[in-house]
Design a binder for this molecule. Structure first.
Ligand code: ADP
Ligand code: TZD
Length: 582
């Protein structure tokens, strides 16, 4: 094999020396990290080459934000921090959105950026791509570190791994100035400076009295409900979570990325009766889910409002690793602080055969709503209008996912997101990867690349046409690495829909309108992938089946009725104009 290692002067004179490049690679490998998502350039180009030469997988992107998103979701999938490697200043800033998003979503990742020398940055002497990156990253990351000396690389990487994984996971920034990489260190001293992190995500055992408090509250509930969040999915305590739900017989709601933790077709799933169970439940147990905007902050009409107050209000149990999360929006009556695996095991241990079945009336009321809503949806999905709409297209996606439960489903957009979430059932844990806590556009292709690289399984990415645009250039990356990714663009000619007009009658299009009938499929063809223009559900089905069977990079441009979308999908109410009307 060609020797790609770039030797410093010191190394050529002394074979017992190592350098900063090598120590970064060795430290990552020592900790079981085998993949880097990044984009090369000064000063990290040789780091990418040498990482590859040292047997690591280096996935090179077209924009750092997508590499960062890939690293973040790899962290979610594997419980090892995903690594994103960027150049300084602009490359670093491009990666920063993904780092902040990872922190917000509790995904473990490490953004490693090369940087200019401290002496020049601190005197603001105008270096190539000069920026005080550490200061900028700090408020957006769970932790941020800089390493100045090669012998500290081991400590720097160890601290970054620990910070990313322990407690509530998050994004960590690691600043590596250019000079560090070429620093020469005695090989033995270098080796012994590296740290293999022991127990980076220590279990946090919940206190006995906190477990009892939670169990007592749950036992006395008349209308109990469990909400599973992406923290529960991340915890990889799948069998125990399922046992807890099934032993307690309590109906549950999965948050978006917790779909599939139990199959969505499970009889205890109350997803199809969401708007009924949230306001009616008297005791709600949150497992790895925050009471943020996605759950209407635990109050207001969604949660029963005044009506619930009349019967004493709703009570909450919250299982979370963060001791600060409880009471963030409403009172938490029984906080259960610990890692989800340990908490769920402790709850299960307290549920013996005498555990009461939830009142039959509650279960029957939910079943009735569920059946009604499912029947209504089945009817809607069976329609076959021309042009195709979200429902007729998603009816196809639903079948394809049912037939391929091992496939990953990446999803972003507004209507394309909301309809997919509610229509497409998931059957296995951690298979649905989406816009998460921020509702951020642009995760699509980064998530799709990482899902395919990490798992080797087929990936289906359901994308609004606007959403796709944020990371669309990565179809080249998908083709370059030959990944089994099938991108389906729901093309309705614009943001939310394609019908807006410029009210002045001027020639500029409306802010939300795109080129009509854009041929996104040609973009995939440009790089050697398969592009399909689909105007009917039958064409969409055939293209998706082919993509899954052949594992060829595929982009299906699914033409959707441009009048079909609603403003902001399901969150129209958050638009300031709608808020004013309230
Ligand atoms: P969702 O958006 O699905 O509702 P959130 O991201 O709001 O989920 O909540 C995830 C929660 O899970 C966070 O509060 C986080 O602290 C918690 N969490 C993450 N990992 C673990 C774990 N291993 N054990 C316990 N809690 C965890
Ligand atoms: N920029 C970023 C980074 N994130 C965002 N969420 C937005 C802008 C605002 N936004 C949404 O919240 S959804 C969306 C934007 C631009 C795109 C919706 O259009 P789409 O999907 O074509 O992707 P639908 O199916 O047509 O609604």
């Amino acid at each position: 094999m060609t020797d790609l290692s770039i030797k410093t002067d010191a190394q050529s004179q002394d074979h017992e020396a190592t350098d900063g490049f090598q120590l970064v690679i060795d430290a990552l490998k020592l900790n079981g990290i085998d993949t880097i998502f990044g984009l090369p350039g000064i000063p990290i180009t040789d780091l990418t080459r040498r990482a590859q030469a040292n047997g690591m997988r280096v996935i090179s992107f077209r924009h750092e934000q997508n590499a960062g998103n890939a690293a973040a979701i790899a962290g979610f999938m594997t419980r090892k921090p995903g690594i994103c490697l960027t150049v300084s200043a602009p490359g670093f800033l491009n990666g920063l959105t993904a780092l902040a998003n990872a922190t917000t979503n509790c995904f473990p990742m490490i953004l490693i950026s090369g940087s200019s020398e401290r002496e020049v940055v601190d005197l603001q002497q105008g270096d190539y791509e000069e920026m005080d990156q550490l200061a900028i990253a700090r408020p957006l990351a769970k932790a941020a570190f800089r390493v100045l000396h090669a012998e500290d690389i081991g400590v720097g990487i160890a601290r970054a791994i620990r910070a990313a994984l322990s407690g509530r996971p998050g994004g960590v920034y690691l600043d590596l100035p250019a000079k560090l990489f070429a620093q020469s260190v005695d090989a033995e001293a270098g080796r012994s400076s590296l740290i293999e992190v022991v127990d980076p995500a220590p279990r946090q055992i919940p206190a006995h009295d906190a477990v009892q408090r939670a169990l007592d509250l749950l036992r006395g509930a008349k209308r109990p409900l469990i909400i599973l969040g992406k923290g529960a999915a991340y915890a990889q305590a799948d069998a125990d979570i399922r046992a807890l739900v099934e032993r307690s017989r309590i109906p549950y709601l999965p948050m978006s990325m917790a779909k599939g933790l139990l199959p969505d077709t499970h009889e205890q799933s109350a997803a199809a009766a969401r708007s009924y169970v949230l306001p009616q439940a008297d005791v709600v147990m949150l497992i790895g889910a925050r009471l943020n905007w996605l759950l209407s902050h635990g109050k207001g009409k969604t949660w029963g409002g005044k009506q619930a107050k009349a019967w004493g209000g709703q009570r909450f149990i919250q299982v979370d690793i963060s001791p600060q999360e409880a009471d963030s929006n409403v009172r938490i009556d029984a906080p259960l602080v610990g890692d989800i695996g340990s908490c769920v095991a402790a709850l299960l241990a307290g549920m013996d055969a005498s555990w009461p079945r939830p009142p039959a009336q509650w279960l029957a009321a939910i079943a009735e709503r569920k059946d009604k809503n499912i029947a209504k949806m089945t009817e809607t999905l069976a329609q076959n209008p021309t042009p195709m709409n979200f429902h007729s297209a998603l009816n196809v996606v639903r079948d394809i996912v049912r037939a391929n439960p091992h496939a990953y489903l990446v999803n972003e957009g507004a209507n394309a997101l909301d309809f997919t979430r509610s229509i497409v059932d998931m059957y296995q844990p951690r298979k649905r990867l989406d816009v998460g806590t921020w509702g951020v556009m642009g995760i699509g292709m980064g998530f799709a690349v990482a899902a395919a690289v990490v798992s080797g399984e087929p990936v289906i990415a359901i994308e609004g046409d606007s959403a796709f645009g944020f990371s669309g250039m990565e179809v080249e990356t998908i083709c370059r690495y030959g990944l089994p990714v099938c991108v389906v663009i729901f093309n309705n000619n614009g943001v939310y829909r394609g019908t807006d007009l410029n009210p002045t009658g001027g020639s500029d299009p409306a802010p939300t309108a795109f080129v009509k009938g854009a041929r996104y499929d040609k973009l995939m063809e440009a790089f050697g992938g398969v592009g399909v223009h689909a105007t009917t559900p039958a064409q969409l089905r055939a293209a998706m089946e082919d993509a899954i069977r052949t594992r060829k990079p595929t982009l299906v441009n699914a033409m959707i009725d441009e009048t079909a979308g609603t403003e902001s999908g399901r969150i129209t109410s958050l638009n300031p104009a709608s808020a004013k009307k309230k």
